[in-house]
Design a protein around this ligand. Structure first.
Ligand SMILES: *[C@@H]1O[C@H](CO)[C@@H](O)[C@H](O)[C@H]1NC(C)=O
Ligand SMILES: *[C@@H]1O[C@H](CO)[C@@H](O)[C@H](O)[C@H]1NC(C)=O
Ligand SMILES: *[C@@H]1O[C@H](CO)[C@@H](O)[C@H](O)[C@H]1NC(C)=O
Ligand SMILES: *[C@@H]1O[C@H](CO)[C@@H](O)[C@H](O)[C@H]1NC(C)=O
Ligand SMILES: *[C@@H]1O[C@H](CO)[C@@H](O)[C@H](O)[C@H]1NC(C)=O
Ligand SMILES: *[C@@H]1O[C@H](CO)[C@@H](O)[C@H](O)[C@H]1NC(C)=O
Ligand SMILES: *[C@@H]1O[C@H](CO)[C@@H](O)[C@H](O)[C@H]1NC(C)=O
Ligand SMILES: *[C@@H]1O[C@H](CO)[C@@H](O)[C@H](O)[C@H]1NC(C)=O
Length: 492
């Protein structure tokens, strides 16, 4: 016979265990200080592999989370023990993946001041809450607008054409219809300040989603700008000139992409944005054009002057006609690429050349943007020039490929653009736009790029993405633009 007191205790423990809340699979369970059970101990269902994730929703408190997959441990905690694990929290996120053959237990220590979410996922190794690897992408800004893309989320299977019916897309191609089931993506914008409210907060979906986002989204569409796949495309207005912004994209309130940083142009910046052109899907940046027609905030396929589109589409279809004199798909000019690659790269190059890109030296960050025009006969590398450091030492500084333009239509700019009524700076296309065509197209087309060691730097940004000796991705920046808001050359 057990003493009565012990029986009572056993009963209490039994009741306790029974009333413990179980965390449901594959959904988000939110807690606030007022609905956190006492004691804050939860049961985890048994499964082969589970990913447990935690997201803090408020900045106060510093809760700790302990998990065990052993049925012998009743209350996992800082005391440790066999098969007791602390879920490490960084930036407000935590996750732990393991096997739960006999189920498990999760306990929260010091959780009374914080709102947080728990998630238990049996979907492979993917926790419910996470920072996803893909970053949002800045299209471009004006003084008060911006175009921002989400990371690509859906890569459509495009069947390459095959012989004997080797058909390439027409010059005026149309994009496939957007995916029917897209993730719920939300853009969140704040100003970037040393005291930025966002960087002080947990970088989690629930925390970011509770913030007021700056600017006004006037259009959200899905767009496939490149082969990476579909992205959400946001057109933002009502931003402030010359201001640093931070952008996140939150998916389904639980997955965070970002941050990226960008800067709006100064109030006098006058180039409007051009975007959403099916025949030039990569173009989403400011172009030296007159103010868009009344009622439009930018140029798209509906209001772009035919003086620009007619020659562009004519070049494109003439090129395709010439290209397909080759027996595409029956004969191969390369083991790596075919006529479809050649046409795609030519299109991208033609669009980047036709749509001159505007840029601006940033007064606050001359490290990233500086308007020193290369001479028309400039030779060699334009990306890096030695400058004098504060202490007189020689530094290697990276400059954007910016060239000031007068209102005259100069030789460098696209001949099909109408005259611009004010001065602006042109951001030269990256040389890689040209070398990609050279690499993807058959020799008989005679497409060649300017010589890196002779005059390439007069018309292209050279040495940013690829190195001058042609090592792919080994240039001084390795990319045409980065997540910090630097835009080195026009990547098209
Ligand atoms: C608990 O997790 C540890 C570490 O992942 C593992 O070695 C152990 O087999 C698991 N135990 C059970 C019962 O699933
Ligand atoms: C899980 O947590 C670890 C740190 O413990 C972190 O490095 C990793 O990125 C997280 N995984 C995901 C998918 O968020
Ligand atoms: C050839 O391919 C195009 C596009 O892939 C298709 O629209 C067309 O019907 C095909 N023609 C024949 C004869 O198969
Ligand atoms: C391209 O084709 C679409 C129809 O698919 C048409 O509405 C549009 O006017 C064409 N664009 C140009 C510039 O010809
Ligand atoms: C998408 O997410 C937003 C913000 O989290 C929410 O307000 C909206 O209801 C969601 N939409 C759908 C269709 O789930
Ligand atoms: C959003 O932009 C696209 C592409 O320019 C356009 O077709 C669509 O009509 C716009 N939607 C709204 C609501 O303005
Ligand atoms: C395309 O080819 C046609 C016919 O040869 C020619 O008339 C036209 O000028 C060419 N277009 C361009 C932009 O060169
Ligand atoms: C924007 O950020 C850059 C570098 O991150 C900084 O040098 C500059 O002072 C900031 N500009 C403003 C207006 O805050």
């Amino acid at each position: 016979m057990l003493p009565e007191t012990l029986l009572c205790l056993l009963n209490a423990a039994f009741v306790l265990a029974q009333t413990r809340q179980s965390i449901p699979l594959n959904q988000v369970t939110p807690f606030t200080p007022s609905n956190l059970p006492n004691p804050p101990i939860f049961t985890i269902p048994s499964a082969n592999t589970l990913s447990i994730s935690v997201a803090l929703c408020t900045a106060n408190g510093s809760p700790r989370f302990f998990v065990t997959n052993s049925s012998a441990v009743d209350d996992p905690g800082p005391g440790g023990g066999r098969d007791v694990f602390e879920i490490p929290i960084t930036g407000g996120h935590g996750n732990w993946t393991g096997t739960f053959k006999d189920g498990g237990t999760l306990s929260v220590v010091d959780g009374r001041q914080t709102s947080f979410e728990l998630g238990v996922s049996d979907d492979g190794d993917r926790p419910i809450h996470e920072v996803v690897p893909g970053l949002p992408v800045l299209g471009d800004t004006t003084s008060n607008q911006a175009i921002i893309f989400s990371a690509a989320f859906n890569k459509p299977l495009i069947q390459p054409p095959s012989y004997p019916n080797y058909t390439l897309p027409p010059a005026n191609q149309s994009l496939p219809s957007p995916p029917s089931s897209a993730p719920n993506l939300t853009l969140i914008i704040s100003t970037t300040l040393p005291t930025s409210p966002l960087t002080a907060l947990p970088q989690t979906g629930c925390s970011l989603s509770a913030q007021r986002s700056l600017g006004r989204v006037t259009n959200k569409t899905f767009w496939m700008k490149d082969q990476e796949g579909w992205r959400a495309q946001w057109f933002l207005e009502a931003l402030t000139p010359s201001t640093n912004y931070t952008a996140y994209v939150v998916q389904d309130r639980t997955k965070v992409s970002g941050p990226i940083f960008f800067t709006t142009k100064s109030a006098s910046f006058s180039c409007p944005l051009v975007h959403s052109l099916p025949y030039c899907p990569n173009i989403a940046y400011s172009v030296p054009l007159p103010r868009p027609p009344l009622g439009s905030n930018a140029y798209d396929a509906t209001n772009l002057p035919t003086k620009i589109t007619t020659p562009l589409l004519s070049y494109m279809s003439n090129f395709t006609t010439t290209l397909t004199t080759f027996a595409c798909g029956r004969d191969w000019y390369s083991p790596l690429v075919g006529c479809d690659d050649c046409q795609r790269e030519y299109r991208r190059w033609l669009c980047a050349i036709t749509f001159t890109r505007c840029g601006e030296p940033s007064p606050a960050n001359s490290n990233a943007f500086t308007a020193v025009p290369p001479a028309p006969d400039a030779t060699g590398l334009s990306a890096v020039r030695p400058t004098n450091g504060l202490d007189g030492s020689q530094l290697q500084q990276v400059f954007s490929a910016l060239v000031p333009q007068s209102t005259d239509i100069s030789k460098a700019r696209s001949p099909t653009l109408p005259a611009m009524d004010s001065e602006y700076s042109m951001l030269l296309p990256c040389l890689e736009r040209c070398t990609a065509v050279d690499r993807a197209c058959p020799n008989f087309l005679g497409f060649t790029c300017p010589d890196v060691h002779f005059n390439a730097a007069a018309s292209y940004g050279v040495g940013y993405v690829d190195s001058v000796d042609d090592n792919e991705g080994r240039g001084v920046t390795g990319t045409s633009q980065d997540r910090w808001g630097n835009i080195w050359c026009n990547g098209g």
